[in-house]
Design a protein around this ligand. Structure first.
Ligand code: HEM
Length: 208
């Protein structure tokens, strides 16, 4: 049997993926985003791949919400990003039908499709947590591209000033759910795999 953990699942997720976060954060694509030096074509590719992933993630989350009543408190649909990605992509006249998944996205989509609710929440955690750093990226991009504010960067800054509070709420709601020890283990593993897939995807986009 897996030993019972007394710390909250969010502390476990943070500690269990700290090394992966350091890797993800140091990727050249992320640096280009933070500096606002990313070109439009690469940024569009980044948004396009994220769109494929979030579309799948949110469809799977809708399913999980009907299958597992424990998730209701998280109010997940208010955090969804597919529509924001579609708004951002529309600025570049993107034909979404033509978007093909790159390997990192394909792998993640397959994981999402077969994920039980706890595994899904491990994947969800990575994207929800990424909104914290993404807010800084949105500000840098807006500045670099001569925009007065971050409204054209809905994916990177979906909640504006509400970001901090929403993240704190997500954390406490996740910690309040009675996940079993096995589920917590699966969740941490899924979060690690998700970070790895995103880092690999970042590299593919950056190389392209
Ligand atoms: C240049 C790139 C990045 C920067 C500068 C950055 C920065 C940050 C910062 C400052 C936080 C802390 C928020 C807080 O606790 O107040 C954070 C948290 C987080 N970031 Fe990033 N990040 C970057 C890339 C990424 C990427 C690519 C992902 C995954 C897709 C990611 C996922 C997360 C997650 C899951 C957390 C929450 C950690 C926790 O459990 O507290 N980040 N990031």
């Amino acid at each position: 049997m897996t030993p019972q953990n007394t710390e909250g699942v969010m502390a476990r997720l943070k500690a269990g993926t700290a090394a992966q976060h350091a890797v993800a954060e140091s990727k050249p694509l992320e640096a280009a985003l933070v500096e606002g030096s990313i070109g439009q074509a690469q940024y569009q590719k980044y948004l396009s791949q994220r769109w494929l992933i979030h579309r799948e993630l949110e469809t799977a989350t809708d399913r999980a919400l009907t299958a597992d009543a424990r998730l209701a408190s998280l109010n997940l649909p208010s955090l969804y990003q597919t529509k924001n990605l579609e708004d951002d992509l529309a600025q570049f006249q993107t034909d979404r039908k033509l978007i093909q998944p790159l390997p990192g996205a394909t792998q993640l989509i397959q994981e999402i499709q077969k994920a039980a609710p706890a595994v899904l929440m491990g994947i969800y955690y990575v994207f929800e947590g990424s909104k914290n750093g993404a807010r800084f990226i949105a500000k840098a991009m807006a500045k670099a591209w001569g925009k007065g504010d971050t409204t054209g960067f809905r994916y990177l800054d979906p909640h504006g000033e509400a970001q901090r509070g929403l993240w704190m709420k997500f954390r406490s709601d996740m910690d309040a759910i009675p996940w079993t020890a096995t589920e917590q283990d699966q969740m941490v593993k899924a979060a690690q795999t998700t970070f790895d897939a995103i880092s690999s995807l970042d590299d593919t986009i950056h190389a392209g």
